[in-house]
Design a protein around this ligand. Structure first.
Ligand SMILES: Nc1ncnc2c1ncn2[C@@H]1O[C@H](COP(=O)(O)OP(=O)(O)OP(=O)(O)O)[C@@H](O)[C@H]1O
Length: 384
C-alpha cells in the first residue's frame, strides 16, 4: 500500500511540443493518499488512461516524477512497482482454470503452493468465484472474467495500489452495481489505495471517497462528491457533474451610482460586497456566474425581488421535473420537486446568493477560508 505522488508531472505524445494543447497531461502536482478510494473522472480524451499508465509504469512521463511513499519510481519497470491494473477488457488466460488464473501472479514470484492455495481461496470467496475455480476461464461470462481480472490484482499481499481503467465497460447494467459494491467492500477489507478511472459520474461517486475531475489534461478539482456538487472549482466541474449541469451566464461588473454591481444584461445579480470588491481588485474581464438547477428558487406567485422569466417547457422525470425557462434571452433550468406546482407562462425565479458561484476565466472565485488541496488550490490562488 502506498501514497502516490505526481510531482510536476507532464506528458506529451509529440516530439516537439510548443503549446499547452500539445500535452496529454499538462503539468500537475497531485497526491493520492495511502489507502484511499479515488476516482479519476473526465470525458473521453482528457488524459485519464495516460495518467494511469504513467503511474503503473507502462508509459514514461515526458516531465516530472512519480513517487510511491515518497520514493521516486520513474526508473522502475511496471512489474517492479507492485501495481495491479484492471483494464476495460478482462485479461485472463482462457485455457487456464479460474484457480490457475488467480494463482498466476503468485506463482510468478515463487510463492509456496500452500500459500497460493489459501490466498486464491480467500480472494475467490470475496469475489463469489469459489464454485468456479475448476472451470476453464474460456467458458465464463464477461462479468465473471472481469472478476477474475480483479482477483488477479488482489491476490498479491504487497500491491502498492490497484488501478482500474473503466473496469465495468463490458459488464451488463444490472450486474454493474453489484460489482461496484464488491469493489467498495474489497477496499474496506484490504485498505489498498485504489484509483478508478471512469467517465461516468454515478460510477465515480458510488465508488470513491474523493474524485479528481480531469479536463484537458489537468485535474481541475479534487474533492468529495458533495464538494464537487456544491462548490465546483471550475466551470467544467459544474457542467460535467449533476444532471442537468449548472446554469452558466456571463456577467459584467458595472458602476451603479456609488457602488459596483454585477449585471446580466439589465438585471442585477446579487453577490456579496466582498465578492464585488474582489472582482474589482482582480480587474476581472471574463466573469461567468453559475447556479445549479437544484438551487434556482421558483416562486409560486408574483415576487418583486425575483426575476420575471418565461417558462419554455417542463420535462417530467418521474420523481422530479426540470423546468426550462428563458431569462434575458438565455435558456436555463430549474429542478422542481415532486410536490411543487408546475408553473406556466410568465413566472418568478431568484438565485440565492449562497449558491450563485462566480468564475473568472473559468475558475471559481472562492472567498471562504477553507483549504483546497493540490492543483486546485494553486489554480484558485492564481485566479484570485
Ligand atoms: N499512443 C498515443 N499516441 C498519440 N496520442 C495519444 C496516444 N494515446 C493517447 N493519445 C492522445 O492523448 C490524449 C489523452 O488520451 P487518453 O487516452 O489518455 O484519454 P482518456 O481520458 O483515457 O480517454 P478515453 O476515455 O477515450 O480512453 C488524447 O488526445 C489522445 O488522442
Amino acid at each position: 500500500m502506498a501514497a502516490i505522488t505526481l510531482n510536476a508531472l507532464a506528458h506529451t505524445y509529440t516530439d516537439n511540443p510548443t503549446k499547452p494543447e500539445d500535452y496529454a497531461i499538462r503539468e500537475m502536482t497531485h497526491v493520492w493518499e495511502q489507502g484511499g478510494a479515488f476516482a479519476l473522472l473526465g470525458p473521453s480524451g482528457c488524459g485519464k488512461s495516460t495518467l494511469l499508465n504513467i503511474i503503473s509504469g507502462l508509459l514514461k512521463p515526458s516531465n516530472g516524477e512519480v513517487l510511491f511513499d515518497g520514493k521516486r519510481v520513474n526508473e522502475l519497470k511496471p512489474e517492479e512497482r507492485n501495481i495491479a491494473q484492471v483494464f476495460q477488457f478482462p485479461v485472463v488466460y482462457d485455457t487456464m482454470t479460474v484457480f490457475d488464473n488467480l494463482a498466476f501472479p503468485l506463482r510468478n514470484i515463487g510463492v509456496p503452493e500452500y500459500k497460493v492455495k489459501s490466498k486464491v481461496y480467500e480472494v475467490a470467496e470475496i469475489l463469489e468465484l469459489s464454485d468456479q475455480l475448476k472451470r476453464k476461464a474460456k467458458g465464463l461470462s464477461a462479468d465473471q472474467k472481469q472478476k477474475v481480472s480483479m482477483g488477479r490484482g488482489l491476490v498479491r499481499d504487497n500491491v502498492s495500489a490497484i488501478l482500474f481503467d473503466e473496469p465495468l465497460t463490458v459488464i451488463d447494467p444490472q450486474l454493474k452495481w453489484k460489482l461496484r459494491r464488491k469493489l467498495k467492500q474489497i477496499h474496506e477489507q484490504f485498505n489498498i489505495t485504489m484509483v478508478y478511472v471512469t467517465h461516468d459520474q454515478l460510477e465515480a461517486s458510488t465508488f470513491a471517497d474523493k474524485i479528481a475531475v480531469m479536463y484537458n489534461g489537468q485535474i481541475v478539482q479534487f474533492g468529495t462528491p458533495r464538494e464537487l456538487f456544491e462548490n465546483p472549482a471550475h466551470t467544467f466541474v459544474g457542467y460535467f457533474i449533476g444532471s442537468p449541469g449548472m446554469n452558466f451566464f456571463d456577467a459584467k461588473l458595472t458602476a451603479k451610482g456609488e457602488k459596483d454591481a454585477l449585471m446580466f444584461g439589465e438585471h442585477e445579480i446579487s453577490v456579496s460586497d466582498a465578492m464585488l470588491a474582489r472582482l474589482k481588485a482582480m480587474d476581472a474581464k471574463k466573469i461567468t456566474l453559475g447556479i445549479r438547477p437544484e438551487f434556482v428558487h421558483v416562486w409560486e406567485g408574483k415576487n418583486n425581488d425575483a426575476f420575471s422569466v418565461a417558462v419554455d417547457y417542463v420535462e417530467d422525470l418521474g420523481t422530479y421535473k426540470i423546468l426550462s425557462f428563458i431569462f434575458n434571452g438565455q435558456l436555463m433550468k430549474a429542478r422542481l420537486s415532486e410536490d411543487q406546482k408546475v408553473p406556466s407562462g410568465q413566472i418568478y425565479v431568484s438565485f440565492p446568493e449562497q449558491w450563485t458561484k462566480v468564475y473568472v476565466d473559468e475558475y471559481l472565485v472562492d472567498l471562504t477560508d477553507h483549504t483546497v488541496e493540490g492543483d486546485t488550490a494553486k489554480e484558485i490562488d492564481h485566479a484570485n
